[in-house]
Design a binder for this molecule. Sequence first.
Ligand SMILES: Cc1ncc(COP(=O)(O)O)c(C=O)c1O
Length: 384
Amino acid sequence: MKISKVVEKIKPSGIREFFDLVIGMKDVISLGVGEPDFVTPWNICESAMFSLEKGYTSYTSNKGLYELRFAISRYLKNKFSLSYNPDHNILITTGVSEAVDLALRAILNHGDKILIPDPSYVSYDPVSELAGGKVITVKTSESDNFKLTPKLLKKYISKGVKAIVLNYPANPTGVSYPKKELMALSRVFIDNDLIVISDEIYDELTYDFPHTPLAALPGMKQRTIYLNGFSKTFAMTGWRVGYACGPEEIISAMTKIHQYTMLCAPVMGQLGAIEALRGSAKSALEMKREYKRRREFIVSKLNEIGLYCAMPEGTFYVFPSIKNTGMGSVDFAKGLLSKEKVAVVPGTAFGPQGEGHIRIAYASDMDNLKEAAQRIEHFLKNNV
Ligand SMILES: Cc1ncc(COP(=O)(O)O)c(C=O)c1O
């Protein structure tokens, strides 16, 4: 057999698999892919283009441009009173995707146990396995709003569990944790000596309470690998820039892998990211306001047409229940696509606990959302 056994065992992403069906279909309203519908703010594009004109086209240091690491360090200090030294505690990566991979490979030995919530973002599980980890799936439940709780965590923590991947606000459910709940979780992490990979890529899209970085809580900085990036907040998915902050030992281990595999994040992306932090707070806020407006519309509309949907605290996703239709997630999503040309993602793409739900990304303009809601209503009337 030519292919590695580990790779062969890994399933293709449920999102991509589903979206292969969409390719080639006409007039589809896609509420599937988790990507801002806005283009990158103009000042970011302009500043990157200007830098290219000036000849900034080469590799950067493995860790990333110092100016960007410095800007991130200052931003985290000003916003959250979190201190990370740009020389030792910050690594610029090719999106948060690469940062997740590096973090897992840097800490896991073959067979080390790692907790991954279900449902959760599609990469955590396969990338942990590629890193040699033994995944322990933490089944969250709808009755807890798909949140982790200390009680639930304790059920899954056994000897040899080394780490956990935490993501909030969360993809696909949109739920987040206020400070008090994070404090309670952090006590479990500390008591059980866990390393936490904390993916906070949607932090700026928190609507109902201030976002608290896990690393800012007492006793957490030394055990947290804090991940964030530019894709969602600044509508920069194609620029491929993210970052990891953490203890020097872990960041230098991640840098070792990064220097042999990626070398550095793209210089254009890094230059754009500097401008994003320098002069784009207003644009980010405008996009956030628009997402919030859409959130309110889509949640009330879904509930009105009979799909129970909790109000998510963040991201640009809702995760309504389709249980009362009697259909499974995949059948529902396939039916909605073929009959009404609306693309959503079956909840099971994010883990078995997502059964009975679909993920709708409301990173699409209001007209599209209104039309999609009508089509969903029509689908329910004719198929349930
Ligand atoms: C929770 C989460 N983490 C990471 C990523 C990947 O982000 P990036 O574009 O920075 O690689 C995504 C993208 O959808 C995501 O939802």
